[in-house]
Ligand binder design. Structure first.
Ligand code: NA7
Length: 304
């Protein structure tokens, strides 16, 4: 199967590299051309436009920021649809709202093209290591056809429903949980700091027990080192939570914690922190508390 990959950001770069490692023939296109360079060195072939990429691919994968970017890349002049061979399968691995995903699938179907939505979780680390969780919505036969592609990028592959957009609904469940974990981790670390205990020892003591979480083990140490390198940015988390709020409104379900989280992230974005990792959420709570969390070793390094 010849694969075309569009969107070589934090996630897409690692995912495309793992497809190459698994032996797939991969064509790439990215809006900022410089992000293709590393992959060309690993054997990818550069396409001049999304249309040219689609003309030479059996499957086109997109992993881009938002629904507007997906629509533009698929349907604009020189977009995927304008170059597609009959029966091309589009896999949209971006996180967008279930409603937008269904609209894209309907527009593609009107052109005789198939689509799966397959958003991912696992951050930069999971994308690089090929250990993503991939939540796939759409026709089960198409899912089975693409399973080798998903296996190259992820270790947990779940076909969550027959409708395009079902993957996005499950991904938004993931975003709701991940941001909730980040909020309570932030509150807990401020509580520990105020209580005068060592933050590294606190993390070591609680991470392995019932209170542990991926967020605490992976982002907790980053927070106390004040390392805001993104696995996933505040800008993208804000987009995800906006999609949660709109899907919740569509479905008539209350999500009060998500509404509050959205406002914290919005405040941080307004302060110019949108490109920081979403664990910088703690900065919003530090503003309320009037102090910051920091491990003594990190404080010492800062003073040095
Ligand atoms: P990044 O690192 O911010 O990368 C975003 C990618 O999307 C990057 O390749 C962008 O191109 C591309 N992009 C964004 N807008 C457009 C438009 N309008 N046209 C073409 N390409 C565009 O995000 P992540 O890799 O962390 O996340 C990607 C998705 O996975 C996202 O939906 C997350 O929520 C989950 P650029 O390099 O800026 O030219």
């Amino acid at each position: 199967m010849k694969i075309g990959f569009i969107g070589l950001g934090i996630m897409g770069a690692g995912m495309a590299a793992n497809l190459l490692k698994s032996g797939f023939e991969v064509r790439v296109w990215n809006r900022s051309a410089e992000k293709t360079i590393a992959l060309l060195g690993q054997g990818a072939v550069l396409a001049a436009t999304p249309a040219a990429l689609a003309a030479d691919s059996d499957v086109v994968i997109l992993c881009v920021s938002d629904a507007a970017a997906v629509a533009q890349l698929l349907f604009a002049d020189q977009g995927v649809v304008s170059g597609a061979q009959p029966n091309l399968l589009v896999i949209d691995m971006s996180t967008i709202s279930p409603r937008d995903s269904r609209t894209h699938a309907e527009r593609l179907a009107a052109q005789g093209l198939r689509m799966l939505d397959a958003p991912v979780s696992g951050s930069r680390e999971g994308a690089e290591q090929g250990t993503l969780s991939i939540m796939v919505g759409g026709d089960s036969a198409a899912y089975e056809e693409c399973r080798p592609i998903f296996s190259a990028m992820g270790s947990t592959l779940i076909h969550v429903g027959e409708r395009c957009g079902d993957g996005q609904t499950v991904k938004l469940v993931n975003q709701l949980l991940a941001s909730g974990h980040t909020l309570i981790m932030s509150e807990a670390l401020l509580f520990a700091q105020a209580g005068g205990v060592d933050l590294e020892k606190t993390l070591a003591a609680v991470s392995a027990g019932a209170a542990g979480s991926w967020m605490l083990s992976n982002r907790g140490p980053q927070v106390i080192r004040r390392d805001w390198t993104p696995g996933f940015t505040i800008d993208l988390q804000l987009k995800s939570l906006s999609a949660v709020l709109s899907a919740a409104a569509d479905n008539g379900v209350p999500v009060p914690t998500t509404a509050q989280l959205y406002q914290y992230y919005r405040a941080l974005q307004a302060q110019g922190l949108g490109e920081e990792g979403h664990h910088a959420l703690i900065k919003a709570l530090e503003g309320l508390a009037g102090f910051t969390v920091e491990a003594p070793t990190a404080l010492q390094t800062a003073k040095d």
